[in-house]
Design a protein around this ligand. Structure first.
Ligand code: HEM
Length: 128
């Protein structure tokens, strides 16, 4: 039915799989390695909780960690346009690698994340 949320269409198992693939790509991306912790397990757990609510499911992040204040939480990290593109490239690859995702759902999720990623940019590109 068209009124099902993206969370209901994707489901918790596929979402978990997507987040796992995403952070394994982040861990290998030269533009992202410098700002992420070496151990991404807590980051992945928080992201899975956040995306559950973001996609219309239960507000797990809010329940466990409080208001996400996403832009404020990202301010300690230098997020340049290049890093936002790198983040989205990892997400796009993870979306394509994850079995069980409908193309329409993947496209909708990517569009929503593209807008959020653009809003996280807080630094200009470093001088060459
Ligand atoms: C945390 C980078 C976009 C959601 C983080 C952390 C970094 C980061 C370095 C801290 C990791 C840690 O210490 O655990 C980036 C970069 C982005 C980006 C470079 C590119 C634009 C996004 C977007 C979302 C998001 C689009 C939401 C869909 C989160 C969440 C956390 C997080 C939920 C965990 C916050 C917490 O500590 O509770 N991000 N991020 N990020 N990010 Fe991003």
């Amino acid at each position: 039915a068209p009124d099902r949320t993206l969370y209901e269409r994707i489901g918790p198992e596929v979402l978990h799989d997507l987040v796992t693939r995403f952070y394994s790509l982040v861990a290998q991306h030269p533009d992202l390695i410098p700002i992420f912790p070496a151990d991404l397990s807590l980051t992945a757990r928080k992201q899975e909780a956040f995306l559950t609510g973001f996609l219309g499911g239960p507000p797990l992040y809010h329940q466990e960690f409080g208001h996400p204040r996403l832009r404020a939480r990202h301010l300690p990290f230098e997020i340049t346009p290049t890093r936002a593109r790198a983040w989205l490239a990892c997400m796009n690859a993870a979306l394509h690698q994850t079995p069980g995702l409908e193309a329409q759902d993947a496209a909708e999720l990517f569009a929503a994340l593209s807008r959020t990623a653009a809003a996280m940019v807080n630094s200009p590109e470093p001088e060459a």
